[in-house]
Design a binder for this molecule. Sequence first.
Ligand code: ZN
Length: 316
Amino acid sequence: MSGLTCAEVRARLFDYLDGLGEAGDRAAMGAHLDACPDCAAELRASEGMERRMRQALAGDRAPDGLWDRVMADIDADAAAGPRGRRFGWPVLATAAAAFAVLLIAVVGLVLPPERRTVPAAALVVEPVNDFITYRLSGRPLDVESADPAKLARWFTGKTESGVPRRIPAPRGFRLVGSRLCYFLNRRLAALMYRTDAGLLSLYVMSDHDIVLPEARPDPAAGRALSSHRVNDHTSLIWRDGGRVYVLVSDLPEAEMRRFVHGLRAALRRAPAAYARVMTTMVTSIAGVSARAGMTSPAKPKQAAAKIQPITPLAMK
Ligand SMILES: [Zn+2]
């Protein structure tokens, strides 16, 4: 036998299988494994485990029943003889099981979720169900804030579509915070608004693979909207700039349409920084013109105010 104890060998089995370690250490491991049938059995069990994990991970997702098979293998090996157990097999089994769980979890995070087209019916029903479930749960919001920029920052990287950086609260509605949701096979953002009469949830998601229900033009919104009645709630659905918006509430539909109109109007307005730059430019130009005797200097503020509604440059 080499200088390594069985415990030392077993602690390094996964490294050994992965080809890690100094040449001298690997030679000592090899010598011990040649001479020690117990450790050799552990090595084969570990090899089998690694191979099965690799096969499982070759596809997008772990095959059904993988976990049961791995655990059955572990149980069978552990039951094979008490000596295996004496030499720390439970520890290895626990480590291997944790490793398997970790891999499955990591793969679930890294690989894109299986894509299925979301049918219009699901887009109508699921946001309403989420809204009702949220209210029944009494759960707090993920972020409580009336600052749209803060909420937008919080969602960065958490959902596929994010939320517009300057998503505002339409006049008469208070932005109170946001929630991260998972339904329709994707992570999506819910911005929560309040009026004295009730609560509204605005869901924002990527329009990727979503079939929109039939919509009618709503001139005030500048978009085609579809409107639906589900479980005593109303949902209004529209598409805008690569995103799908779903507004859900039990408020009257007219009130909800007022929200959509206000939201669209606010989104059309130039961002504050842009307006400030334009104001400065116009004021300077007006000042220069006045000094040159071309126009009256009393007007620059009005000229600046007229700049605000310019929209095409400000919109993405
Ligand atoms: Zn040994």
